[in-house]
Design a protein around this ligand. Structure first.
Ligand code: SAM
Length: 254
């Protein structure tokens, strides 16, 4: 049985039994191999744009004798997939910008009803893409491994995505007794589900993010350029809001 990281294991947990899976940017094809070995998927397509990882994925699948279940294909993003071939797409371990570029490729999503996305940075870009493209943001998860914090977003295709997402965003912090008006931008930045179920890792992440922003504010303070002053103002407002949210969430946890 192939050994996978805690992050990949958590991603694997989001794949429904019997799925037809595409793992785009599969690298060593660890995720599809793990899922196939556990008999959790019908089939998988492991896509890779780079020759090295593509060869590594092929070797992994061959060594595991899983060629009948996992096809490894060389190509850019979703272009490796045929129409209605898969029902679930995973894109993990890349920046949010690259993930949304891949999702924006000309592609017929017919038959695809689940996306499992794990951006390493710029999670807000991925959330925004889901909302703007009629995918229900049904789940958000966060974990720490080797001193890195990762978020996993799960989206489902649905005709009612607009109403569903409106509801999710309207209900952020609803049950908390805090008088804060969170902007939509901040909700997209932090994640509506994660704000509503804050874990210790989530609180840690945002304390670290506040510290990063405070460092930038300090650097910007050394410039009188209008752009720098404007940026400093924006960051300061964001930090103020983030601190308020954390204060409220931490008070709620006590
Ligand atoms: N998905 C695996 C994971 O989460 O552990 C591997 C992540 S690895 C850091 C990113 C992989 O994505 C690399 O192997 C890279 O070659 C591949 N990649 C980057 N852009 C891609 C694209 N447009 N299409 C397919 N693969 C891509």
């Amino acid at each position: 049985m192939v050994i996978i990281s805690k992050r990949l294991k958590r991603i694997a947990d989001k794949i429904l039994p019997d799925s037809k899976l595409a793992d785009i940017g599969s690298d060593h094809a660890l995720l599809p191999t793990y899922l196939a070995q556990k008999n959790q998927i019908q089939l998988a397509i492991a896509g890779e744009v780079n020759k090295g990882p593509y060869e590594a994925a092929k070797k992994q699948v061959e060594n595991s004798n899983l060629q009948h279940k996992i096809k490894v294909r060389l190509g850019n993003g979703l272009e490796v997939l045929d129409k209605e071939e898969v029902d679930t797409i995973v894109i993990a371990g890349m920046g949010g910008g690259l993930i949304t570029n891949i999702l924006n490729q000309p592609f017929d999503y017919t038959g695809v009803n689940r996306l499992v996305l794990q951006p390493n940075v710029a999670e807000d870009k991925v959330r925004r893409w889901c909302i703007e493209n009629q995918w229900k943001l049904i789940e958000e998860d966060i974990l720490e491994e080797d001193r890195k914090i990762y978020e996993i977003l799960v989206a489902e295709r649905s005709e009612e995505a607009y109403e569903f997402n409106q509801q999710i965003f309207a209900n952020v912090m609803h049950r908390l007794d805090c008088n804060i008006q969170l902007t939509r931008k901040l909700k997209i930045l932090m994640g509506p589900h994660l704000i509503n179920r804050p874990t210790a890792v989530f609180i840690k992440k945002w304390n670290m993010e506040i510290a990063k922003r405070e460092k930038v504010i300090e650097q910007l303070s050394q410039s009188n350029l209008e752009e720098a002053v404007q940026k400093k103002h924006e960051f300061s407002l964001e930090v103020e809001q983030l601190k308020e949210v954390l204060k409220c969430l931490q008070r709620d946890k006590q």
